[in-house]
Write a new protein. Structure first.
Length: 255
């Protein structure tokens, strides 16, 4: 578990309550024998008691960043348990969390386009690029040695957009294959809109979590989204053509 707070919020009541919750969870875990099997633990969040299942052995042991956001180079070792990042504002705490989440879901959090996560200083290099990689210990698919995950962003022919390459243990994979390999849940201050915002935000948040748990769900969701995109494109084309909704030809296209 990795979390980040600013120096200014260390002694805030919210931080104290968060730390008390963490201590409670640690006491609950202490009552359970250590094993590689999925473990259940109760914890409190926003006054709700929840039960979650997770693998206590698997964890991210090393994170490597090259030209990601404000990180020109970073080699960070992580130990099991809670890791708390403490620092002033605008020092890159959230960027580091975003890098871990990017590695888990293959999608950046605060970017509409993947080129936005590439450090602007990377343009000074012969070949601008951005690389995020991590090592996961005790993964069920690789229990004997660390599982290496990597995302590499390199410029396309135009130089304005970047293409994404995903590798697992050095083998090229699809972005979808990366999802669920290292499971992560990210909660940011702006995620309060999950409560106050529209249902679309909540569906998206749950979809990301479910895709990491169930790959069949992820594939089905991807196929569903493609069908919706094709349907909307067809309806737009029919409207621009002034097609008659009641005609046989329009009905045939919709079928």
């Amino acid at each position: 578990m990795v979390g980040a707070i600013s120096y200014t919020s260390v002694h805030s009541p919210q931080y104290v309550r968060l730390y008390e919750r963490y201590q409670l969870k640690q006491r609950l875990l202490a009552d359970t024998p250590c094993s590689r099997e999925p473990r259940y633990a109760c914890y409190f969040w926003f006054g709700v008691v929840a039960q979650v299942c997770y693998n206590p052995a698997m964890h991210l042991t090393h994170l490597s960043l090259h030209n990601f956001r404000n990180y020109v180079r970073l080699e960070l070792d992580l130990s099991p348990g809670l890791t708390l990042l403490l620092g002033d504002n605008a020092q890159g705490k959230t960027n580091l969390l975003e890098a871990i989440y990017f590695l888990a879901t293959s999608k950046p959090v605060h970017a509409q386009h993947e080129r936005e996560v590439v450090d602007w200083q990377a343009s000074d290099e012969p070949i601008p690029y951005c690389r995020i990689s991590g090592e996961v210990q005790d993964h069920p698919d690789s229990p004997q040695r660390p599982l290496t995950l990597e995302i590499l962003l390199t410029p396309r022919d135009s130089g304005t957009n970047f293409k994404k390459q995903v590798k697992i243990n050095g083998v090229p994979k699809r972005s979808m294959d990366l999802v669920g390999t290292m499971r992560a849940v990210l909660f940011l201050p702006e995620d309060i809109k999950l409560v106050s915002g529209g249902p679309g935000e909540r569906r998206r948040y749950l979809d990301i979590a479910l895709c990491q748990i169930d790959r069949d769900y992820c594939r089905t969701l991807s196929a569903f989204q493609k069908v919706i995109t094709q349907r909307n494109s067809l309806l737009k084309a029919l409207r621009e053509q002034g097609a008659d909704p009641g005609s046989a030809s329009t009905g045939a296209q919709l079928d």
